[in-house]
Write a protein that binds this ligand. Structure first.
Ligand code: 5GP
Length: 210
């Protein structure tokens, strides 16, 4: 049984282009969460700061961490490795801090299957429509049509993992999506009533995959 003094784990996942990173940045401004900093073998982007956005490591170092069983979870995403080391997360949770994870569905599955003794709340963020997703992906740093097409195909595969999450939230408007997540987390922690319409979500997903 999770203890009331321990922190809560909150996972945010989404297919590429749903706006999850912006949401995580907004949530990180609240005092409520510590963001889990992942290790990755990917090259840093111009806007990213080492040891803040990610711990950027080479494959040898990543493999060493795997071998030493330091990862709580790890996965290959778009040809790069990403992983969450166990010790900083457990230390924070034991000190009563809530930890927010920006990780993909593979990592979310792994953490869920570990059945750790801490409360876990998982969110899957989705775009309002395929058309808007296409627009968002095209306007990003990926002007390359082939990459956008590949990400759209990947979306079709990734979206199917919604079923393994506690909540699916549609990011049609950043402010309302953010409030929905914060309210659901509060309701989960305080056993309050949850404003969540699963049937609406099911219909939305049917449209996205049709
Ligand atoms: P990006 O390269 O755009 O920062 O992240 C690509 C994907 O990797 C995103 O879906 C992000 O959530 C996921 N990701 C980032 N860190 C981790 C991690 O530690 N573990 C897993 N499984 N996925 C991660």
């Amino acid at each position: 049984m999770p203890s009331e003094q321990d922190g809560v784990m909150v996972i945010l996942s989404s297919p590429s282009g749903a706006g999850k990173t912006t949401l995580v940045n907004l949530l990180s401004k609240l005092d409520k969460f510590d963001i889990s900093i992942s290790h990755t073998t990917r090259e840093p982007r111009a806007s990213e700061k080492p040891n803040k956005d990610y711990y950027f490591v080479n494959e040898d170092e990543f493999n060493r961490l795997i071998k030493n069983q330091e990862f709580l979870e790890y996965a290959k995403v778009f040809n790069n490795f990403y992983g969450t080391t166990r010790t900083p997360v457990i230390d924070k949770l034991n000190r009563g801090k809530n930890v927010l994870f920006d990780i993909d569905w593979q990592g979310a599955d792994q953490i869920k299957n570990k059945k750790l003794d801490y409360k876990l709340i998982t969110f899957f963020i989705l775009p309002p429509s395929k058309e808007i997703l296409f627009e968002r992906l095209s306007n990003r740093d990926m002007k390359d049509k082939l990459i956008v097409e590949e990400r759209m195909k990947q979306f079709g595969r990734d979206v199917l993992h919604w079923i393994n999450y506690d909540y699916v939230v549609i990011n049609d408007n950043l402010e309302s999506c953010y409030s929905k997540i914060v309210n659901l987390i509060d309701a989960e922690i305080n056993n309050g009533s949850k404003d969540y319409d699963l049937e609406f979500i099911r219909r939305h997903i049917e449209k996205l995959i049709s």
